[in-house]
Ligand binder design. Sequence first.
Ligand code: URA
Length: 196
Amino acid sequence: MTLPELALDLKDCRRCRLASGRTQVVFGVGNPHATIMFVGEAPGFYEDRQGEPFVGAAGRLLNELLEAVGLSRADVYIANVIKCRPPDNRDPLPDEVDTCKPFLFQQIELIKPKVVCTLGNFAIQTLCGKKIGIMKVRGQVFQVQEFFVFPMLHPAAALHQGNLNEPLREDFRKLKAFLDRPQEPAATVEQMNLFG
Ligand code: URA
């Protein structure tokens, strides 16, 4: 299976209730050979319309943060845990996450990034299979299977709560430091218990 084949497979997905309210499946975008992947929560209004993750206000902030550390959208791959917009942008329900997450893991397997940067609570909890709070683990590096996970705040959180803007920028500075010196020791997911 290739990434385009997986995208095609999901194009008309009706595995969960979100199929009935979406405009289209928002599969993911960017460099299919990226070493850095970003994972958000779910498409919002503009993403659902345009078929691309992070194209609304949170996406503009993400672009700015990427540029600030010398990256662009073309360098990285961007996807969400959930590929269809939940009605009124509500939080994804547990069964929706369970239905969609195998496809996120397939994307990761096909892209083979070195670092998966999770944005917000949903993405870190989905990738690590643990109910962990982003504030406890943000900015730290964890080893998951063959890749590192780097939990970051969600750009939308910083847009809604101004006091999270600087912490989000700090997460991106830490990401840059890690990318410049990737041999930094990483904790395992089991060791996450130490933090939260
Ligand atoms: N928020 C997300 O988590 N994903 C998007 O694609 C847009 C906003």
